[in-house]
Design a protein. Structure first.
Length: 311
């Protein structure tokens, strides 16, 4: 099917060719008519000239010409010339009228062709406009459907990311709780060490008599070992939780790198809080008097207390 532009161009070509044909027809008709009028005028001129020459010849043949025949011949020649001039003028006017008539007919034909051409153009543009409006409406509907589908995909992806962030938030909160409790245990251990050193200094500065102080010192050592074991347990749990967090972060990064259609719906397991150790009571202010015992040295750090079992 030809496009509207092709139809319009073909219409223009046809209109131009029709104009050329009309101009050729007009030129042919006018030229023929002009030639005929010229020939007719020439024939009339020759006839008038012939009559004039005949009249002059007849006048010269008379032996005794009189004034009256000469005057009649002169008037006859003038009348013939006037008649020929009037006929020529009449032929010219008829030619002008004929030209105007042909021009009017040509203009009427041209106006009719232009009206038909304009009607065809308007009809083509009307059909093209309807087709364009239909196509635009269909394109608009398809664009809206595409936007809705894209929004659905975006909403699904945001929901997945929200779920992942929720699991991350829970895991991070547990991790922060463990870190905070570990920090408290380290402070408690430091206080126990300081108190143990203070007791040791008191024991060294007193006399060697005090079994009660020895028992108190042993109790403090057991508490210290228990605190160290608890801290090791917290450190182990924190390392395990950190390892799980690293694994979960790597899985989330892999899911974000994968296409949205191939992501697996995985749920992050909720880890159980296996911390069963309660905060320790460091020491009491009511302590027995110090007893002389040998000096006990405590190494700072976690490595010295690992492997020790409470008595």
């Amino acid at each position: 099917m030809a496009s509207p532009l092709d139809i319009i161009s073909h219409k223009r070509i046809v209109l131009h060719l029709e104009g050329v044909i009309d101009s050729l027809r007009h030129e042919l008709s006018v030229n023929k008519e002009t030639q005929l009028r010229n020939l007719q005028r020439r024939a009339d001129e020759l006839a008038a000239e012939n009559q004039r020459l005949t009249a002059e010849l007849g006048g010269r043949r008379q032996v005794t010409p009189t004034l009256q025949p000469s005057t009649t011949t002169t008037f006859g020649a003038e009348n013939v010339n006037d008649r020929a001039a009037l006929e020529r003028e009449l032929l010219e006017k008829n030619g002008i009228i004929l030209d105007l008539r042909f021009e009017r007919e040509a203009l009427q034909l041209k106006v009719g062709r232009l009206e038909r051409h304009i009607e065809d153009i308007l009809r083509v543009y009307s059909a093209n406009k309807k087709r364009t409006e239909t196509f635009q409406q269909r394109s608009r509907v398809e664009a809206l459907e595409s936007v809705v589908e894209n929004l659905k995909l975006v909403v699904g992806r945001l929901q997945k990311e929200n779920d992942v962030l929720k699991t991350k938030t829970v895991s991070m909160s547990k991790h922060m709780d463990l870190v905070r409790e570990l920090r408290e245990l380290r402070l408690s251990e430091q206080k126990l060490r300081e108190h143990s050193e203070m007791l040791t200094r008191r024991l060294l500065g007193t006399a060697p008599s005090g079994s009660a102080m020895s028992r108190q010192h042993a109790t403090l050592q057991r508490r210290l070992q228990t605190a160290q074991a608890t801290m090791e347990q917290y450190e182990a749990e924190m390392l395990e939780l950190k390892q799980k967090l690293d694994e979960r972060q790597s899985v989330v990064q892999n899911e974000e790198a994968m296409p949205s259609g191939q992501r697996d719906q995985e749920t992050t397991p909720e880890w159980e809080d296996r911390r069963m150790v309660q905060p320790l009571q460091t020491w009491s202010s009511d302590l027995p008097p110090p007893s002389p015992n040998p000096r006990v040295t405590f190494t700072a750090g976690l490595s010295s207390s690992r492997g020790a079992s409470p008595p």
